[in-house]
Design a protein around this ligand. Structure first.
Ligand SMILES: [Zn+2]
Length: 406
């Protein structure tokens, strides 16, 4: 079992160790097991540290990149490294270097999670059932049937109060009985003789094997983000420390860009967006009304010019499907005709319609036409529509269909 140096000191960022084992992994990578390590392995919802191993022997004094660290079932911690050949690793001594910024970020997010989960417990008795640390944000899942915006706000306030109070975060060890007597809420299945407890002074006491800051002030800040209903409760997204700053900065820049588009203050954006949506709806209504008027006039003109013929065939290069549908309805309502209409527009398509009582099966004719046009659609005996992949074929297809009209 690898000695875990991060257990007693999360601020140990470089260390000496001996290689116990080196096994080839895929793509020329190598899995290295050390006798001791300060690298945190992926576990408990938290992704691993990354960093470097420096081979100490003078001849092969080279750095290899640690891209992932994981925990094996036998308790060994393995470091997946790139750029090392197995022979050079041999039975070397190495120095390990942890990527500082990533470690600090993980400590901030992870200790922040302890504080946030404790805040939801102390305020509302809502236990955290799982934690996930992503590359951009973290989430906890709360076991609760309801979660209001006000509760979220209060938990965020309390968590930030605890951060401002800069309470000590201490590592303690206890047996199972001692832990129970101390009131530890979630006691994990015992793997080792003693449990490792993280004690946030007078606020939270939890069994945990992760990396944590020394005092809550080092978390910096907690910003709660999206709240979503999940199968078994609510998911709360949050960011801590420098992530909170980066997120707030990104939010502000996004809002500023949107405010620039509207020439308004960022706090006025929702009002402006609502106004725009209303205008858009009114505009669409106006457009539909105009389209109906044009369809009506076009229908009148077409029927007047039809003479004895009873089939209207037309292709409108710049119109869309909504227009030719309206026109087909008008034509077949006002005259005893068959309308075979096509449009170019943004989505080329065809509409076939006939006045009630006429004998054609337009649904069947549409199916044949779509075979030529390569689009999808359908309909019934009196009315059918479909799309066309290639608008340039539509006029020829309409002429073919015209010959089949009885
Ligand atoms: Zn922890």
């Amino acid at each position: 079992m690898t000695e875990r140096l991060y257990y007693n000191n999360s601020f140990l960022l470089n260390f000496a160790a001996g290689i116990v084992e080196a096994q080839p992994a895929s793509d020329g990578q190598v899995n290295v097991v050390l006798d001791r390590t300060a690298f945190y392995p992926t576990s408990g919802g938290q992704v691993s540290d990354t960093g470097w191993l420096e081979l100490e022997a003078a001849e092969s004094a080279a750095k290899v990149r640690v891209i992932e660290v994981s925990e094996r079932e036998d308790g060994a911690i393995q470091h997946l490294v790139e750029g090392a050949d197995l022979e050079s690793l041999g039975s070397e001594r190495v120095r390990g270097f942890i990527d500082v910024e990533r470690r600090r970020d993980h400590m901030q997010q992870h200790t922040g999670q302890h504080v946030l989960s404790a805040a939801f417990i102390s305020l509302f008795e809502m236990p955290t059932v799982s934690f996930h640390m992503g590359a951009e944000s973290c989430t906890i899942d709360l076991d609760t049937k309801a979660l209001t915006a006000e509760q979220v706000h209060r938990a965020e306030m309390l968590a930030n109060d605890v951060i401002a109070e800069d309470r000590p975060v201490e590592i303690k060890y206890a047996t199972l009985e001692e832990a129970r007597a101390m009131g530890v809420r979630k006691i994990p299945p015992a793997e080792r003789e003693k449990l490792r407890l993280i004690d946030i002074k007078d606020f939270d006491l939890n069994a945990c094997g992760g990396t944590h800051v020394r005092s809550t002030g080092q978390i910096g800040a907690i910003l709660l983000r999206k709240i979503s209903k999940e199968k078994q409760g609510f998911r709360v997204e949050f960011v801590c420390g420098m992530r909170a700053v980066a997120t707030a900065r990104k939010d502000f820049e996004t809002l500023t860009e949107a405010a620039g588009v509207f020439s308004t203050h960022i706090y006025e954006i929702p009002t402006q967006v609502r106004k725009l949506i209303e205008e858009e709806k009114a505009g669409a209504k106006r457009e539909h009304k105009l389209l109906e008027e044009i369809a009506s006039l076009t229908s009148d003109a077409l029927l007047a010019s039809l003479g004895d013929a009873k089939t209207v065939v037309r292709f409108y290069a710049d119109r869309d499907l909504a227009f030719i549908k309206l026109l087909a309805q008008r034509l077949t309502r006002q005259g005893t005709v068959v309308a075979l209409l096509g449009c170019g527009g943004t989505q080329p398509g065809v509409v076939f319609a006939q006045a009630p009582g006429l004998a054609n099966d337009l649904g069947a004719l549409m199916k044949e036409a779509l075979g030529e046009l390569g689009g999808r659609g359908g309909g019934n005996k009196d009315m059918a529509q479909g799309g066309a992949q290639d608008a340039s074929k539509i006029e020829a297809v309409l002429e073919t269909v015209r010959k089949k009209i009885v």
